[in-house]
Design a protein around this ligand. Structure first.
Ligand code: BT5
Length: 264
């Protein structure tokens, strides 16, 4: 593999990240991270693989993770102060990756709750998973999947996916990319640790294209709700003004532009 992990470790600055553990191939880095030694020493460890054979998205959807072509990694977090703000860890990861893309002059935006998009195509997906005993969350694993050097995608993904190479026209150095993302993650994580939740959501909202837009939210039970996105709460929930005027908050769902609103 072309990522020199020792060099990446050496280039980490002021970092929350304590170690990076590399695998050639795993089923899912999130799964490996969840199974990893559960005591507090795992705080800040990154599990990264060159390939995932069973990479996963939300609701057990497949995440396409071909060998050597992307960054597929998971950050273990086992110490947190306010459990009720835990969903913001997905936002922290999104902000870190988005900032890194912006520094490469790539004009990406954040899509609630866990995607990074380039011109309506997905370039990065984030999946936070929790391990708990009783009602106490023991650790959170924040999985980040980034399409880096793919030339093309399988037919079912083609229309909605894009890689950095597709955008830039040339191969992107995965080691440099990883270093910058981890350094940015540490910066945003500090805000989270300092309980600056409003600041985190404020920054996230600025990078979000669908604020004040008419959208459709598809729930996992198949229900579809139309409305206007009016806000994101400090805990990362989406606030929707429904067509009947009532206001509702959502913690999960798939969101897309309401095609009706494009016709006006
Ligand atoms: C996500 O889920 O977007 C979260 C993806 C998280 C992947 C990382 S990689 C490291 C870590 N280990 C794991 O096993 N997972 C994490 P969701 O919003 O549910 O989107 C899933 C959908 O994205 C799929 O149903 C496909 O339609 C699409 N998809 C799959 N692979 C893709 C890819 N490489 N690029 C763009 N879209 C993809």
């Amino acid at each position: 593999m072309d990522i020199d992990i020792d060099k990446v470790k050496g280039d980490l600055q002021n970092n929350f990240i304590t170690d990076i553990i590399y695998f050639d191939s795993v089923a899912s880095t999130n799964q490996t991270a969840l199974n990893f030694d559960s005591n507090s020493r795992s705080n800040g460890i990154v599990i990264i693989a060159d390939e995932q054979t069973k990479g996963r998205g939300r609701l057990d959807r497949k995440w396409f993770s071909p060998k050597g072509k992307g960054l597929w990694f998971s950050i273990i977090i086992s110490s947190f102060k306010d459990i009720e703000y835990i969903n913001l860890l997905t936002f922290i990861a999104g902000l870190a990756v988005n900032k890194t893309f912006k520094s490469m002059k790539i004009d990406t935006d954040l899509k609630w709750p866990n995607d990074i998009m380039y011109k309506n195509k997905k370039i990065c997906g984030i999946l936070a998973q929790f391990k708990s005993t009783g009602n106490k969350v023991k650790k959170v694993v924040v999985g980040i999947g980034i399409n880096v050097n793919q030339d093309s995608f399988p037919v079912d993904l083609k229309k909605f996916s894009i890689s950095l190479k597709n955008i830039k026209g040339n191969k992107v150095d995965r080691a440099k990319l990883l270093t910058e993302i981890l350094n940015n993650f540490s910066i945003y994580f500090k805000l989270f640790n300092n309980k600056e939740y409003k600041k985190v959501t404020g920054m996230w909202k600025k990078e979000m294209k669908l604020l004040n837009k008419n959208v459709v939210i598809k729930k996992s039970n198949g229900n579809r709700i139309n409305g206007t996105v009016i806000d994101i709460t400090d805990k990362g929930e989406l606030v929707l003004k429904k067509e009947d005027g009532s206001i509702k908050t959502y913690i999960a769902g798939d969101i897309s532009i309401d095609k009706k609103s494009l016709m006006v």
